[in-house]
Design a protein around this ligand. Structure first.
Ligand SMILES: Nc1nc2c(ncn2[C@@H]2O[C@H](COP(=O)(O)OP(=O)(O)OP(=O)(O)O)[C@@H](O)[C@H]2O)c(=O)[nH]1
Ligand SMILES: [Mg+2]
Length: 481
């Protein structure tokens, strides 16, 4: 029997595994779930043993996943044996409580007043159970179509040329019906349709709206998903709208960016937009964790484009050059998924039904357009989706699987249920540290300028520096387990 010790810190994305006190695996920058499926096999191969006594030092939710991975392996390999135990670590709730204590401390005004409002905003976001997923891409890559596919409804306007001109927040609410309600500058309208949305989209006086309704794939999650549709860059209607869009992008500190590309990735438009978003987050660690990349329009691939793996590898190299290592890439065909769902919900007219049937046949026939193989999900999750959907056994469901959209939905669900709070805690710590840094610089400058008053202001500065240091140490310890 081998004794295995696994220490996993999801806040710092660090995993250390030792066997009989000798180092075995050290992984950074990935969640445990992304690779732990291979762990039983790795252990058996490396140690030629079938019996492991494992102690896990990490959060309960991750322990539960590890347990199910090992149980499954035991079922398939009858000679494999495992004992599993866990050492308790601070919970998400404990960490949020400690952050609240930091917030209380900050109220004593020893920190620069200049940043008080920003700090209040950061804490508001920490406590809100909304998860914002901001969909960003150059023009016409398929942002609105992708959101429609996730909603299973043609609600957001989309067309071949530049289309979306306002920022739309789509909030998941518990709703007994599948109708949508829109809020525009203090007014609300029920039963909103695509036509209403087209009208709002072409109204020059509006730059932002909120829609509420049932987002089917995530309706049983305790966190509230908010999808944000944005205009492609250069598409915001006028200077005012462009500024609002810029403002939005710079205030997305807590949101996940779902960045959409198509086969033209890396063009000037893409480059500029992505670089500007990355710049907003520069100085933040864990950059990779702030993005999901969606590679759309896979249905348009031709055989001569070569294997999809090659395209994804090229995108990985491109993103690495921008500082995003090991990104999550989901190849999809958003339009096909949307149309299939319209047909399945009997919302498609004759023309759309015919087009969809043709699309479905194409996706089912051409293996080089099929996305499910390359979705970065654990085999377990992927198999569950396929098994669940395949209950239907019709050609539309088969094509829906090939569209890759159900896999992206599962990843968003897992993010909401498992990772969002961790990312929120980590982001709160990072932003607070950044604000303190700025505050310290600000004070140092004041100190220089007011040279003549050195004596007078010396002690408050020293006091403040010390209290900032204390807060920073507490913040660092919150990211430990
Ligand atoms: N073949 C194919 N076409 C798609 C897909 N997704 C979107 N499109 C088409 O691409 C065009 C642009 O789609 P939109 O959803 O309007 O793109 P957008 O990114 O929201 O565009 P803007 O709002 O103008 O920035 C439309 O004609 C869509 O039908 C897809 O998966 N496959
Ligand atoms: Mg759009």
């Amino acid at each position: 029997m081998k004794k295995v010790f696994i220490k996993y810190n999801p806040y710092k994305l660090e995993t250390t595994i030792s066997v009989d006190e000798n180092p075995f695996i050290q992984k950074n920058n990935t969640y445990l779930q992304e690779w732990a499926e291979d762990l039983p096999k790795l252990l058996c191969e490396r140690y030629s043993d079938q019996f492991f006594d494992i102690t896990f030092y990490g959060p309960l939710a991750d322990y539960a996943d590890l347990k199910s991975i090992f149980s499954e392996y035991c079922l398939k390999h009858k000679t494999f044996n495992v004992l599993l135990d866990r050492i308790h670590v601070e919970t998400v709730e404990d960490k949020i409580r400690r952050l609240d204590e930091v917030f209380q401390k900050l109220q004593d005004k020893s920190i620069d007043k200049l940043y008080t409002q920003e700090i209040t905003d950061v804490f508001k976001q920490l406590h809100n159970n909304e998860i914002q997923v901001c969909v960003v891409a150059p023009m016409s890559v398929g942002k609105s179509t992708l959101i429609n596919a996730l909603l299973g409804d043609k609600l957001l306007p989309s067309k071949q040329e530049s289309c979306t001109s306002l920022v739309t927040y789509i909030k998941e609410i518990d709703s007994p019906t599948d109708s949508w309600k829109v809020h525009v500058y203090g007014r609300s309208y029920e039963n909103v349709t695509l036509k209403d949305m087209q009208r709002l989209n072409s109204d020059n006086s509006i730059s932002q709206i909120t829609i509420e309704g049932n987002i089917p794939f995530i309706s049983d999650c305790h966190m509230r998903l908010v999808l944000i549709d944005t205009p492609g860059p250069n598409n915001a209607r006028n200077q005012y709208h462009r500024e609002r869009q810029q403002e939005l992008l710079s205030h997305l500190s807590h949101s996940l960016i779902m960045y959409v590309m198509d086969s033209t990735f890396g063009t000037t438009d893409d480059d500029e937009l992505l670089r500007s978003i990355i710049k907003e987050r520069s100085g933040h660690n864990y950059l990779r964790d702030r993005f999901i990349f969606v590679i759309n329009k896979m249905d348009e691939r031709k055989q001569e484009d070569g294997p999809m793996e090659k395209t994804l590898a090229d995108i990985r190299t491109y993103l690495k050059s921008l500082g995003i290592v090991n990104p999550l890439l989901f190849p999809v065909s958003a339009l096909a998924a949307l149309n299939i769902r319209m047909v399945q919900a009997q919302k498609a007219d004759k023309e759309l039904s015919e087009d969809t049937r043709w699309m479905v046949q194409k996706l089912n026939k051409r293996s080089y357009t099929q996305c499910e193989r390359l979705a970065p999900l654990s085999c377990n999750s992927a198999n569950k989706i396929v098994a669940h959907l395949k209950d239907n056994k019709d050609i539309y469901t088969e094509a829906l699987i090939h569209s890759g959209i159900p896999f992206l939905e599962e990843a968003l669900k897992q993010y909401a249920e498992q990772y969002a709070n961790i990312v929120k805690i980590r982001t709160t710590v990072e932003i607070l540290k950044e604000l303190f840094q700025k505050s310290a610089e600000n004070r140092a400058q004041k100190y220089k300028k007011e040279d003549g008053f050195k004596e007078k202001i010396m002690s408050p500065i020293e006091f403040s520096k010390e209290s900032i240091k204390q807060v920073e140490d507490t913040l660092d310890s919150i990211l430990d387990i």
